[in-house]
Design a protein around this ligand. Structure first.
Ligand SMILES: [Cu+2]
Length: 602
């Protein structure tokens, strides 16, 4: 495993040595991207060139049916792609079945419930290192022979851990592998309910770089027998991945090569770009007929949250699904708050809108969220332009319906005396001058001994205690959970020794809580795999280590390299805001887990 050389040096008091190393080596050899010649400082990026918004149509990634049982081979390649008609082609890493067809976003994989999909993930990136600079001071894959390691995770998938894209299961184009590598041939059982999943790179310490470079795509899981009938489909079902990017005039991604702490010469705590890229185009437009459309939205940004509204006041989002699948019933919502990793499934009904009208999908979320300054807002607040156009006479729009009810969600039943109750803090660690070093889950680093070991079949209550000034999106692999409630507390008092306790309810004299629990808001209900944890709040999750229906998984979730839970601000995830998660069976020890790992390789 990679060492923590830089931290060790600092701990030993060699700060000056590190600073001089940073300024002589990293600044002179830094190579933020092809064609720049200019350095780029964390959160002080030079503005992107002026790009006229809404002159390019929204692109749609190609689709690949993975439901027929045949293995699909998807490689990662280095490509260039036009992300705006006024911008020269951008260098990217991208998924595809060949170098010629690789695209950003990658091809959309279409899967069907209970039909296993077999994907062989390949690495055809022959760079000697990532073209956006890798910070070697943080724990990262660090292949001895160089190259760009990748490992692909299908976000939200119920899958055995050997096929989950564990961060140390990476591999390079030359065949070097990480210590948790099992195989490149992954099988997704698709045993879970229909929903929008997505696949992206998850390599230790460079996820933020590989995802920013383009390694992400949609994974749509359908269940024809369970899904509501007559939803908008075909041309009327539109996947939308929202991301932000900043560009140099030559089209290259502007990614900082100078961090804001000498301890981490290149790492930047959050990447915010000044343009919005949807499905790989900067500020695209979409022509819509006056009818209903279903939008499968994904926040695929590194760190940007979105608070989405529509500029036409008569229009609402009719939300029908969330991360884990359909909601019990549709919700009429005026705004959607989606953190990195979130998916929302919404219908927008343009039926009453006159052709010729332009409607904007706008974002008002502060960056960092929820109380950032204006400095990191995008150049314009809009994300996407809808142009309502008349329906041509030769187009028949199928009749579609918004169902009254969909898939019931169970109640989050728990008993804190019987169920495992984990209280898990989120903290930021700073150096002596207040500059961010890294963020931690429960004051533990990635390579500290595993502590989150839920028992197969159990229900657990997870209280996420956010002691940082910003919101984080917490993501658990393998399972989907329910958001129970969130509750404000007095952080100052909590952090004072013997100040107060979060283990007593609001009305107890020793309680740190300053308000009663607030139940999940309308747009946060349903099965979730990623949840916004707000600052100075405790976010309570009901986690269930079974299938959604309460049965056993179709695979042994206790074998293999194990899972992870982490912040989905990928810049945080890369720098210690991630922890191992090992599912155990009754009587299992970590030693028996290792024995099973060997068996699982067969
Ligand atoms: Cu975070």
């Amino acid at each position: 495993m990679a060492s923590r050389t830089r931290d060790t040096l600092i701990a030993a008091g060699y700060v000056l040595l590190v600073q001089s190393f940073a300024s002589t080596f990293f600044l002179e050899s830094a190579h933020s991207d092809p064609g720049y010649g200019e350095h780029s400082r964390c959160q002080e990026l030079k503005a992107s060139p002026a790009l006229t918004p809404f002159i390019d149509p929204l692109p749609f990634p190609k689709t690949i049916d993975v439901s027929n049982g045949e293995q699909v081979v998807i490689g990662a390649y280095k490509i260039t792609q036009k992300l705006h008609s006024e911008l020269p082609p951008t260098t990217l890493y991208a998924y595809g079945t060949s170098e010629q067809t690789a695209s950003y976003p990658g091809p959309t994989l279409l899967a069907t419930r209970n039909k296993p999909a077999h994907v062989r993930w390949e690495n055809h990136i022959h760079d000697s290192e990532t073209f956006l600079i890798t910070d070697r001071s943080i724990l990262w894959a660090n292949p001895k022979k160089g190259g760009v390691p990748i490992v692909t995770h299908v976000h939200g998938a119920e899958v055995k851990s050997a096929n989950d894209g564990q961060p140390d299961a990476w591999f390079t184009a030359s065949g070097e592998t990480g210590e948790k590598f099992f195989t490149q041939n992954y099988t997704y059982p698709n045993s879970q309910p229909a929903t929008l999943l997505w696949y992206h790179d998850h390599t230790m310490g460079i996820t933020r770089i590989n995802v920013l470079a383009g390694l992400a795509g949609f994974y749509i899981l359908r269940s024809p027998t369970e899904e509501p009938k007559n939803l908008p489909c075909g041309d009327y079902e539109i996947p939308l991945v929202l991301q932000d990017r900043q560009f140099w005039a030559n089209g290259s991604i502007n990614f900082p090569d100078i961090g804001n702490s000498p301890n981490h010469p290149n790492w930047c705590p959050e990447y915010f770009g000044d343009t919005i890229v949807v499905n790989g185009k900067v500020w695209p437009y979409l022509d819509v007929y006056p009818t209903k459309y279903r939008f499968r939205m994904l926040n695929g940004a590194n760190a940007r949250f979105f608070n989405l509204t529509l500029t036409e006041p008569s229009l609402k989002f009719i939300q029908i699904g969330t991360d884990g699948g359909f909601l019990p019933f549709p919700l009429n919502i005026s705004s959607l708050t989606i953190g990195p990793g979130y998916r929302v499934d919404v219908i927008i009904d343009f039926s009453e809108i006159a052709p010729g009208t332009k409607i904007y999908l706008n974002n008002s979320a502060a960056a960092p969220f929820p109380s950032g300054s204006d400095a990191f807002l995008t150049k314009i607040p809009s994300v996407l332009e809808f142009r309502v156009v008349p329906k041509p006479s030769n187009v028949d729009i199928p009749l579609t319906y918004i169902p009254d009810s969909m898939i019931p969600t169970p109640r989050a039943d728990y008993n804190l005396n019987e169920n495992v109750h984990r209280m898990l803090t989120l903290t930021e660690v700073k150096d002596g001058e207040g500059r961010p070093l890294h963020s931690l889950l429960n004051n533990s680093r990635w390579d500290d001994p595993v502590t989150e070991t839920p028992k197969l079949g159990s229900v657990e209550v997870w209280d996420i205690i956010n002691l940082t000034p910003d919101a984080h999106t917490m993501h658990l692999h393998l399972t989907q959970f329910l958001f129970v409630h969130e509750q404000e507390f007095n952080q100052t008092l909590y952090e004072e020794q013997d100040g107060c306790t979060l283990e007593q309810p609001f009305d107890h004299p020793q309680s740190c809580f300053t308000a009663a629990p607030e139940p999940a808001g309308d747009d946060q209900v349903g099965w979730k795999d990623t949840i916004i944890a707000y600052p100075s709040k405790v976010t309570r999750l009901w986690t269930k280590w079974t299938t959604r229906e309460g049965g056993p998984f179709s695979f042994d979730a206790t074998s293999g390299p194990g899972y992870v839970w982490h912040c989905h601000i990928v810049d945080h995830e890369d720098n210690d805001m991630m922890r191992p998660l090992i599912v155990v069976y009754e009587g299992m020890t970590m030693k028996s887990s290792m024995t099973k790992k060997v068996n699982d390789q067969a």
